[in-house]
Design a protein around this ligand. Structure first.
Ligand SMILES: [Zn+2]
Length: 440
């Protein structure tokens, strides 16, 4: 009965919001490390974002997932589910030695259907540029996946050519839109990366007019890792991403699609400026527990990994060690229990994590000083405070102009996209939020 009511109310939403029905194209842009301040504060040079927020719909914050890291967050955006369903808990696998293992990049590692798959089922065309975990995704008609050469990580051009779908697509984009770029113009050493990714997306929009296009712009993340939330490079990076957005909307207009396109700009997490790094594995080592469990850092948080799943007592023992630390140490982080991990969809088997307070991050170190200096920025924190929330701007015809939503959840965004484009995400954990005016 409940399901029937839900279905009816959903169809009513779609039926009632007829401005949404004219939308045939959705462009989802993720600016890595995107924060609401970038369109809400005067200081940032983001004329496109500010205008889009003013004329469209924006949010004061988007609650992300746990841990608030790039690949799991992007997979929530591409599946409408939290990590416990989509199966991507971290950017990498967790190595036996407690260090990050292999990056997760192949789409086979996602356990639920993606928005591209569901869009294809509906007969829509799909495209993607630099979106995490899209390698070998058979449901993206025009795909330039995010990938780099594992031996020479600065080279993204060679593997992008290799894994582009259809074959030859990146050569075509270079020939028609980018020119013969050097590999440093497509990696985090230069703001040319976002510029070239934006141009690639603009080319695909103009040439192939896909119904759904996803684009990931990484430069703003790189700048905030180096400088924290307020640096000069952060200002340059977000201005560069903003310019890419302007180019993309120009491409939409030139393609004659402005009346039927919804552009959503969001991100994967916010950022916290840090001064210090904590190495909790040193406490476990001192307590003689490190051979049974270790903390695995995501940057802003660290998640306890138990070596033997049958070891029932270890979580309790580690919790006791943490609780018995001097108050001064305990003031540096929040203890995240199993129910909190579950609430934002964290790793199914995880029972304990620590999330840093403002200014604090974590390392995997097992030797040396417990507290070390760590100037810059981190994410990965438990998403229960504003700094770690990402942003949201929706732009297009028929939106409730100037509406500012206080908060939405990351998993709501793909549900908005699927509802507007007319397909269902059956596994979705997000909800549809009506952002369009009713047609009179
Ligand atoms: Zn990120």
């Amino acid at each position: 009965m409940k399901r029937i009511i839900l279905t009816l109310s959903l169809s009513c939403i779609v039926g009632c919001t007829s401005w949404a029905q004219q939308i045939k194209h959705v462009i989802l842009v993720s600016i890595d490390g995107f924060r609401p301040e970038f369109y809400q504060e005067e200081q940032w040079g983001t004329p496109n974002l500010k205008q889009m927020a003013k004329e469209g719909v924006s949010a004061n914050g988007v609650r992300t997932i746990f841990p608030s890291v790039t690949y799991p967050s992007h997979t929530t955006l591409s599946t409408a589910t939290l990590p416990h369903k989509h199966g991507v808990y971290y950017n990498t696998t967790v190595g036996e030695n407690g260090q990050p293992g292999e990056w997760i990049y192949d789409s086979k590692d996602i356990q639920v259907p993606t928005i591209w798959e569901k869009a294809k089922e509906k007969g829509l065309t799909t495209a993607s540029v630099s979106w995490p975990i899209t390698l070998h995704n058979a449901f993206i008609d025009y795909n330039l996946p995010e990938i780099w050469d594992f031996d020479r990580p600065m080279d993204r051009i060679t593997p992008t050519k290799l894994y582009a779908n259809p074959k030859g697509l990146f050569d075509e984009v270079m020939a028609q839109a980018l020119g013969q770029i050097h590999y440093n113009q497509l990696n985090l050493s230069s703001l040319a990366m976002d510029e070239n990714l934006g141009r690639s997306a603009a080319y695909l929009i103009k040439t192939y007019k896909p119904n759904l296009l996803t684009l990931h712009l990484p430069n703003t993340d790189g700048a905030q890792h180096s400088e924290g939330r307020e640096g000069k490079e952060v200002a340059r990076a977000i201005a560069g991403a903003d310019k890419a957005l302007g180019n993309i909307w120009d491409a939409v207009t030139q393609a004659g699609l402005a009346e039927q396109t919804l552009l959503i700009v969001t991100g994967d997490h916010g950022f916290v400026s840090t001064d210090f790094s904590i190495a909790p594995n040193i406490w476990l080592k001192e307590a003689g527990l490190l051979d049974r469990a270790f903390f695995f850092s995501t940057g802003g948080s660290t998640v306890l990994q138990v070596k033997n799943p049958k070891d029932q007592k270890i979580v309790e023992e580690v919790t006791k060690v943490i609780r018995q630390l001097p108050e001064r140490y305990q003031a540096m982080f929040e203890l995240i229990d199993q129910s909190m991990i579950r609430a934002r969809g964290g790793e199914t088997k995880a029972k304990l994590a620590l999330s840093g307070k403002l200014g604090y991050a974590f390392s995997n170190q097992t030797t040396g000083e417990v507290i070390t200096t760590s100037k810059g920025g981190k994410h990965g924190y438990y998403p229960n405070f504003h700094e770690i929330y990402t942003g949201f701007v929706a732009y297009g015809k028929g939106l409730k102009a100037g509406l500012v939503v206080d908060q939405l959840n990351l998993e709501d965004i793909p549900v908005i996209i699927s509802t507007v484009l007319g397909f269902n995400m059956e596994e979705a954990e997000g909800v549809y939020l009506p952002l369009f005016d009713s047609k009179k």
